[in-house]
Design a binder for this molecule. Structure first.
Ligand code: HEC
Ligand code: HEC
Ligand code: HEC
Ligand code: HEC
Ligand code: HEC
Length: 237
């Protein structure tokens, strides 16, 4: 049986010029072919692995630059110090618009000089308070210029919690690293951490579709991306 098999294999190989070839040449040929098809598979697997590593691990690492906030800020410590919760620093102005990150003037009532020996407080007071310079905070959820977003509509009218869109930043003891997309300049919190697009929490990502998906669920807001051209102007003014 094995003899027959050998013959078929043998006939399929390169033409043999003379009858002098020995049986060890035959098995050499078989080995070579097996090695070749084996190495094709091996190279395919290595190639696949390399491109997966580049695509899933190296590319996202190169795509985003990592920046530290100018001063680290501890939300948890401050929650005990202020009297009006988040509103003490993140104010809605008289006209209903949201003031966003606090200005230096909101801090100086407590931070005129260095009090404790916390290194972040020292940097904050020496570099910003004493020099009268605003802290250039990096905004994790910053949207492109063309996007119109209103906190009043979501927090005041729709009664949404801050954490629904921002996650647990308000209870955190330290500010996370800010990651900026080198091509678009956008914050990573818009496109999300997971490059396969998997999203566990509402706040994992805040792209156009994420806004629109929630709007679609609330009847009465004509701002789903699918509902037509005029809908674009709900979020793009
Ligand atoms: C003592 C003032 C103070 C109080 C009180 C405070 N914050 Fe902040 N908050 C800040 C400062 C300063 C920043 C700027 C850091 C930054 O850019 O992320 C900030 C940033 C944030 C951000 C990040 C926005 C973004 O996209 O970058 C969120 C979300 C936030 N605060 C939520 C809260 C919530 C929720 C509470 C109440 C539980 C709260 N904060 C209470 C001072 C305060
Ligand atoms: C109601 C008083 C009060 C206000 C308003 C306040 N702080 Fe503080 N802050 C404190 C106290 C108290 C500490 C703790 C001091 C210590 O132990 O070093 C502190 C600590 C800090 C620290 C060091 C600890 C850390 O890592 O966060 C920083 C930085 C800081 N504050 C920044 C700010 C900024 C920025 C603002 C304005 C947005 C602000 N604070 C507003 C009372 C206040
Ligand atoms: C429906 C989602 C949503 C909710 C709810 C929400 N935010 Fe935001 N927040 C955003 C988006 C989106 C941005 C970016 C807006 C932009 O860039 O124009 C933002 C920006 C911010 C900023 C930075 C603003 C700046 O540029 O100075 C702060 C601070 C902030 N939010 C705090 C809060 C706090 C505090 C609450 C709760 C009272 C809250 N947010 C509730 C979506 C939300
Ligand atoms: C989790 C749900 C949710 C998410 C996420 C969300 N929204 Fe909304 N949005 C609402 C609701 C609910 C209202 C209606 C508030 C009202 O008028 O009662 C609203 C209202 C608005 C309005 C005012 C619409 C009007 O007719 O006046 C704008 C603008 C808006 N959203 C923009 C955005 C943008 C931009 C994003 C994404 C960055 C976003 N929203 C994300 C739920 C959401
Ligand atoms: C519910 C709010 C919402 C609606 C409705 C909406 N957009 Fe957007 N759009 C966004 C947000 C948020 C971004 C930024 C995040 C992103 O790139 O996904 C964006 C980004 C874009 C961008 C890319 C801009 C850039 O600088 O990267 C284009 C183009 C755009 N939208 C077109 C449209 C058009 C056309 C429509 C109507 C069919 C529409 N949008 C409706 C929220 C919305």
């Amino acid at each position: 049986m094995s003899q027959v098999y050998d013959n078929i294999e043998y006939n399929n190989t390169e033409p043999i010029s003379d009858g002098l070839e020995t049986s060890s040449d035959k098995s050499d040929n078989n080995l070579k072919r097996e090695f070749q098809s084996g190495s094709v598979t091996l190279f395919f697997i290595i190639g696949l692995a390399v491109s997966l590593i580049i695509g899933w691990i190296i590319f996202p690492k190169l795509l985003y630059s990592r920046k530290k906030q100018p001063v680290d800020f501890n939300h948890a410590i401050h929650a005990e110090q202020v009297s009006n919760g988040c509103d003490s620093c993140h104010i809605f102005r008289e006209d209903g618009s949201f003031a966003g990150v606090p200005k230096l003037a909101q801090c100086t009532e407590c931070h005129q000089e260095v009090q404790g020996d916390n290194p972040n407080e020292k940097i904050f007071v020496e570099e910003y308070v004493l020099k009268g310079k605003e802290v250039p905070w990096l905004i994790y959820l910053k949207q492109p210029e063309c996007v119109f977003f209103s906190h009043a509509a979501h927090v005041k009218k729709a009664k949404m919690q801050c954490a629904a869109c921002h996650g647990p930043i308000g209870e955190s003891t330290s500010l996370k690293i800010y990651e900026q997309n080198r091509i678009t300049g956008y914050s990573r919190d818009i496109w999300g951490k997971n490059i396969a697009g998997i999203k566990e929490n509402l706040w994992d990502r805040m792209k156009m579709d994420d806004c629109a998906n929630c709007h679609e669920k609330h009847v009465g807001i004509k701002s789903s991306v699918q509902t037509g051209k005029e809908a674009c102007f709900v979020c793009h003014k």
